[in-house]
Write a protein that binds this ligand. Structure first.
Ligand SMILES: Nc1ncnc2c1ncn2[C@@H]1O[C@H](COP(=O)(O)OP(=O)(O)O)[C@@H](O)[C@H]1O
Ligand SMILES: [Mg+2]
Length: 300
């Protein structure tokens, strides 16, 4: 398979899809000694420090860690929406210093413009980039078809289910031809059936498009089902705990969640995220033992 042309990102989904088999080991993203602190009443609070890792082109990386460990903070810095307190993130060798069209974002909350149709939502960024409306419309329609919503291009967001809205958000992000797709718990608000369908759908899209994905999730099944590698962040001290190669073979299917490799990785991730609490190191007060009457009154 030849290397894609340097301007492959400027092409249609069909052309980009020809390069779907590229599994280049080129490094696209380098995180170097990244540090983030926030001021707090007790002084400076370090969310993470010495965070360093590389991501290869076309990798799908999932990021997990306990609540508050800095997952969203990290990707806000990667997106250029927040500044690091130290270190750097390099995308294609260039330091990230602000938002840019080389990064697309999909968040948990629905971020479509409610007054625009699906097609207009996807066209919006393309027109902002300076594309003429005919060209923007043609590209938007291709990406809407790619996420399976061709019949809904003239619908408004309120007419769509949560899963469909997130499909539009993915189409809108990909239409701008980013190098990196950054997703912060994008399926977190969906019911479990829709979530499962969206995971399969995202894998189908990722197979067809030359895109590298950073995907934050709380859900270990989701982290394993999607990823090439799972990045585990810790809290107190914050930073990289492990970056684990996922041994579950592709193509992935939800039925794999009971396979031995899947279960072994899940147990390992679970142990990293929920380490056994030290005795006497528990912030929670013990639940008092009281006897209650049938009516719920406390008795001696
Ligand atoms: N703008 C901010 N100002 C102060 N503290 C913040 C700010 N944003 C995030 N934090 C703190 O940084 C830590 C990491 O937050 P976040 O990245 O949202 O965690 P996660 O996404 O892993 O749950 C939390 O303790 C949070 O309170
Ligand atoms: Mg978060």
């Amino acid at each position: 398979m030849p290397d894609p042309p340097a301007d492959y990102q400027k092409q249609s989904p069909e052309t980009a899809a020809r390069f779907c088999k590229i599994r280049s080991r080129d490094i696209i993203l380098s995180v170097r000694d990244l540090k983030k602190t926030f001021p707090s009443p007790e002084g400076e609070r370090t969310v993470f420090d010495h965070l360093s890792f590389d991501v290869h082109r076309r990798e799908l990386i999932t990021i997990i860690g306990p609540s508050g460990c800095g997952k969203s903070t990290f990707i806000r810095i990667a997106a250029g929406l927040d500044e690091a307190s130290g270190g750097a993130i390099l995308l294609d060798g260039q330091p990230v210093t602000g938002p840019g069209p080389d990064r697309g974002m999909v968040f948990q909350g629905y971020t479509l413009f409610p007054w625009l149709t699906v097609k207009r939502n996807v066209m919006f960024g393309l027109e902002m980039k300076g594309l003429g409306s005919l060209q923007a419309e043609s590209l938007a329609r291709q990406w809407i078809a790619m996420v399976g919503l061709a019949k809904f291009e003239d619908s408004y967001p309120h007419e769509l289910s949560g899963g469909m809205k997130q499909r539009v958000a993915i189409a809108r992000a990909l239409a701008n031809e980013p190098r990196l797709l950054i997703m912060d718990e994008p399926f977190g608000a969906l019911d479990s059936q829709t979530r499962c369908r969206m995971q399969t759908h995202l894998l189908e899209i990722w197979k067809k498009v030359d895109i590298t994905i950073l995907f934050i999730t709380h859900d270990l099944d989701e982290a394993i089902l999607l990823s090439d590698r799972v990045l585990v962040l810790g809290v107190n001290p914050g930073g990289l705990l492990e970056f684990i190669e996922n041994p579950v073979p592709r193509p992935r299917h939800p039925s794999q969640i009971t396979s031995p490799e899947f279960l072994a990785l899940k147990a390992r991730l679970d142990a990293l995220i929920h380490p056994p609490a030290d005795e006497g190191d528990d912030d929670l007060l013990p639940v008092p033992m009281v006897k209650l009457t049938v009516a719920g009154d406390e008795v001696e």
